[in-house]
Write a protein that binds this ligand. Structure first.
Ligand code: ADP
Ligand code: MG
Length: 151
């Protein structure tokens, strides 16, 4: 059975803190799939993940053209943003499996673009704008321990 938890945050810092807390539960090969519209706070959340992994959150940005940013750290973070990608064969050509099975943590923004591709067991984060600065964040853990085991 998967487990699920929901929060409402009211500032970017609060959202970042949830990402930071989640990082403590991640080990090598963990995959975090983020869903949500533009401005929902996905990148803010990934900054928190990075901070929790010992990476300077200022280095974690919304890439303009780069699809994949690798951040080295005790546990590396592979930050993937698929915004500009159409779902379909182009996704398969990225070779994301290498990241999914790498020694770091993979976080994928716009994971809906992966529709139709094989997905590893992953932590799913669904974010939405709840009006003003409020954001609803739902985190779902898979039943398989693959992505969740503590370090
Ligand atoms: P996404 O990556 O989902 O497109 P970003 O993380 O880049 O979104 O941007 C979220 C924007 O919303 C930022 O400008 C941030 O300052 C703002 N914001 C306001 N309130 C919140 C909140 N509670 N959580 C996260 N971001 C918030
Ligand atoms: Mg983003």
């Amino acid at each position: 059975m998967s487990s699920r938890k929901t929060w409402t945050t009211h500032t970017p810092d609060e959202t970042e803190a949830i990402g930071r807390d989640l990082a403590a539960r991640l080990g090598p090969g963990a995959v975090v799939l983020l869903y949500g519209d533009l401005g929902a706070g996905k990148t803010v959340f990934v900054k928190g993940l990075g901070a929790g992994l010992g990476i300077d959150p200022r280095l974690i940005t919304s890439p303009t053209f780069v699809l994949i940013q690798e951040h080295d750290g005790p546990l590396p973070l592979y930050h993937i943003d698929l915004y500009r990608l159409e779902p379909g064969p182009a996704v398969l050509e990225l070779g994301l499996e290498e990241y999914f099975s790498g020694r770091g943590v993979t976080a994928v923004e716009w994971a809906d673009r992966l529709a139709g591709s094989p997905l590893p067991p992953a932590i799913v984060v669904r974010m939405s704008d709840a009006g003003g600065d409020a954001r609803t964040i739902e985190v779902e853990f898979p039943d398989k321990p693959h992505s969740g085991g503590p370090r």
